[in-house]
Design a protein around this ligand. Structure first.
Ligand SMILES: NC(=O)c1ccc[n+]([C@@H]2O[C@H](COP(=O)([O-])OP(=O)(O)OC[C@H]3O[C@@H](n4cnc5c(N)ncnc54)[C@H](O)[C@@H]3O)[C@@H](O)[C@H]2O)c1
Length: 453
């Protein structure tokens, strides 16, 4: 039996996690909790210091769990990458963003690979977890590993295993979310799969790293395309004077052959808006245009402007202009119950509203301040009377902690891009994402009626 296999079976292998963010930290803690000695590596000293002091900075990872693993000596965090030499298994969980031209920015994976290669020794397994294009593990990681003189598949091992963590999801975590694993050779697949079985109930082996990379991109492209489809249906419904949520709700009663996606102000986060573009980029190099990916990207990117157009329509109906209007945006995180504002459509909404001359503020229980194109906004607290002070309240993120009944009762005018505000409790005027406005008891008769944006 190979030395590494023995260590994995006995759980005496030492595990290094490079990049301790939304993906890396939960992974590090999950393996520590299964008795594996974990060393976390990050270039951000504030993160390694926080972890060493037993603190967490990721909402899904309770500080008490970090503190328990750190004080038990099973979890360490460091900026000293020479300690990668101690690790038998190393996961790379660094960002894979897009460049300004919306092409893959692989500089973080390049830097992490360089750190791994510097200390590479026989008996190490390297697993890339960062989402990437099909072929990257083979094309980008294997050559520098092989250049050390060690043979991949015999002395050292290499695999790709996509991360499926869903921040804020209380039902599915590392343990009960099946994990796909594909190595660059059969032994790499086997060792990586055995390793993940320590902390994950169901591990799915595929025949290559590229198949695992493509599976991840299919998952995220599926979401991007379906969200874009329902967003486009919202635009169609608006032309038809229909409420898209009523239409989706009715279609969702079909017990087979339909899966309901909810429309909204666009997609956000580090995955859905970006990952499919890794796929379209790779396909472009093979002279193939990934049409669904590009169309979905176009539709989803257009949604913040559509929401702002809806705000203009709502203000116009109330005989107000956007210029000078006091606007409160509710929610700047990209989805409910998380603190992540990366690629959040709310930021585009804030920007377009401000560019239109509105006096814009926001409230978000998870995000105290946010920077958009060099301007920093500070969130306002929702005190009694706050909501009534604004000409219009724009619902961009449907955090469960926001007081939706109060929004219905106190706001004069609401544009609800998420369907969060209870319609029957509305006292002013509520404009849903599409279709005619709902006018409550306290709403003045409209000077300019109209359902269309
Ligand atoms: N966030 C998610 O929900 C999610 C889900 C599935 C997959 N992913 C993928 O996982 C990867 C990581 O995403 P994330 O959300 O955890 O990102 P993140 O920004 O939260 O964390 C990345 C961490 O890597 C660190 N880092 C950057 N360069 C480094 C280097 N050279 N060496 C060591 N550390 C370095 C950063 O300081 C940061 O702490 C991305 O490829 C992403 O697409 C993310």
């Amino acid at each position: 039996m190979h030395d590494l296999e023995q260590k994995i079976r006995a759980r005496t292998c030492r595990y290094g996690v490079i990049g301790l963010g939304y993906v890396g930290l939960p992974l590090a803690v999950a393996f520590a909790q299964r008795g594996v000695h974990v060393v976390g590596f990050d270039v951000d000293r504030s993160k390694t210091d926080a972890l060493s002091a037993g603190r967490s900075y990721i909402p899904d990872v309770p500080a008490a769990e970090v503190a328990r693993e750190v004080s038990a000596g099973r979890l360490e965090a460091t900026t000293d990458f020479s300690r990668l030499a101690e690790c038998d298994v190393v996961s790379i969980c660094v960002p894979t963003p897009l460049s300004k031209s919306r092409d893959p920015d692989v500089s973080y994976v390049a830097a992490a690979t360089e750190s791994v290669v510097k200390t590479l020794r026989a008996g190490q397994l390297v697993v890339l977890e960062s989402t990437t294009y099909p072929g990257m593990t083979e094309e980008f990681l294997r050559p520098p590993m092989a250049a050390t003189g060690l043979t991949v598949g015999r002395d050292v091992f290499l695999a790709f295993s996509p991360e499926r963590v869903d921040p804020g999801n209380v039902k599915y975590g590392i343990r009960n979310t099946p994990k796909v694993v594909g190595g660059v050779d059969p032994l790499s697949t086997r060792f990586a799969a055995d390793f993940y079985r320590i902390a994950v109930d169901h591990v799915v082996e595929v025949s290559s790293a590229a198949a695992a990379e493509m599976a991840k991109l299919l998952e995220n492209t599926f979401r991007s395309v379906n969200i874009a489809l329902v967003n486009e249906v919202a635009l169609m419904c608006d032309r038809l004077g229909l409420d898209v949520r009523e239409v989706v709700g009715a279609a969702a009663t079909k017990p087979f052959g339909f899966m309901a996606f909810q429309p909204g102000p666009g997609t956000g986060g580090h995955c859905i808006p970006l990952d499919p573009l890794y796929l379209s980029w790779k396909l472009r190099t093979l002279e193939y245009r990934a049409r669904f990916v590009e169309l979905a990207d176009d539709v989803n990117l257009s949604m913040p402007r559509y929401v702002v157009a809806r705000v203009v329509t709502a203000l116009n109906d109330a005989e107000r202009s956007l210029k000078g209007a006091r606007v409160l945006v509710l929610g700047v995180a990209y989805k409910r119950d998380v603190d992540d504002t990366r690629e959040s459509p709310s930021l585009e909404i804030l920007r377009h509203l401000a560019e239109g001359g509105a006096q814009v503020e926001y409230a978000d229980p998870y995000v105290p301040e946010v920077a958009v194109h060099g301007r920093t906004w500070r969130g306002v607290p929702l005190e009694p009377g706050t909501l009534a002070r604004y000409d219009v309240v724009v619902v961009a993120t449907d955090h469960r902690a926001l007081p939706w009944d109060r929004v219905a009762a106190e706001a004069r005018l609401v544009v609800d891009a998420r369907g969060a505000v209870p319609r029957d409790a509305v006292r002013g005027v509520l404009w849903p994402l599409s279709g005619p406005p709902v006018r409550g008891a306290a709403a003045a008769a409209p000077a300019v009626a109209g359902a269309r944006a």
